[in-house]
Design a protein around this ligand. Structure first.
Ligand SMILES: *[C@@H]1O[C@H](CO)[C@@H](O)[C@H](O)[C@H]1NC(C)=O
Length: 274
């Protein structure tokens, strides 16, 4: 069985496309999971001595903002108060990174299989079906996780807006003290993670077609469409199977119909498995 090689079709392209999927998955989880940002606010007390005009607040992945705290002057002598940000966006952020990491791992394995073990892959009749299912699931997961992460990120931006953070500082509620925002966090890096998430969805959805070709289902559909090619394909399928000889299928292709042979190559290998 091992020396009978089905003709190569979409596979060469799939190997390359899986490498591209790996890179884009890495970009997605690196830009989200590696994010750290800082905002800065000022608290200008009536008694200037207790003011702090530059309070830096650091936060980052996984965006458990309710665990992020900073010291703000209470504007009473040198007393300070610990203030916590509000919100926990870790579930969306971690979901996004988890999907990206698993998508990376899957496309890594898929690349190795397509490039080095393509014939083994085609001998196992279920392999293309599993591949197809997993690719569809990952496309869907990219869409869901990117949408969830996009929503969470817009909430994080609001919760870490210096103008909003000021309102959390008790001293700022007293009219005589003046609070202000020095600068907000930079978002350019983490904005790209959302863009990469949706881009990955598009790429995985597009890759469904290449994996779909490997399932051989589209040949079944085209057979329903054309009756003549159906009969031809049937006889080609039967002969090598009944006689149990692979030389027969080889002589078929030498009889001058290589295009027909390549059409039947996939299903033949499956019927031999069953
Ligand atoms: C102001 O707050 C920062 C923390 O962001 C702290 O490191 C610094 O010492 C404070 N400055 C004063 C004058 O208390």
């Amino acid at each position: 069985v091992s020396h009978r090689l089905p003709p190569r079709r979409a596979c060469d392209f799939s190997g390359l496309s899986f490498v591209i999927l790996q890179l884009f998955a890495i970009f997605a989880f690196a830009t989200c999971g590696g994010y750290t940002g800082q905002l800065r606010v000022s608290v200008d007390c009536m008694e200037k001595a207790s003011s702090n005009l530059s309070i830096g607040i650091d936060f980052g992945y996984p965006f458990r903002l309710h665990q992020v705290s900073f010291e703000a002057p209470a504007c009473e002598a040198t007393r300070r108060e610990r203030v916590f940000l509000i919100g926990d966006y870790s579930s969306s952020a971690e979901f996004f990174v988890t999907i990206a990491v698993f998508a990376f791992l899957y496309s890594l394995v898929a690349t190795v299989v397509y490039v080095f073990f393509l014939n083994k892959y085609r001998e196992i009749s279920r392999a293309p079906l599993i591949d197809f299912t997993v690719t569809v699931v990952f496309s869907f997961m990219w869409l869901v996780s990117s949408s969830a992460w996009a929503k969470a990120l817009s909430d994080v931006k609001l919760a870490t807006d210096p103008d909003e953070v000021q309102l959390l500082i008790p001293a700022c509620k007293i009219q005589t003290n003046k609070c202000g925002s020095v600068h907000g966090a930079r978002w350019s890096g983490v904005n790209t993670s959302v863009a990469f998430g949706f881009l990955n969805f598009v790429l995985w959805a597009g890759n469904i077609w290449f994996v779909f070709k490997e399932t051989g289902w589209h040949k079944g559909a085209s057979r329903l469409a054309g009756g003549a090619s159906e009969k031809q394909a049937g006889t080609f399928n039967q002969q090598p199977y009944n006689q149990g000889s692979f030389e027969q299928s080889g002589s078929y292709s030498s009889q001058g119909q290589p295009s027909e042979y390549s059409e039947v190559g996939g299903p033949t290998s499956y019927s031999n498995q069953m």
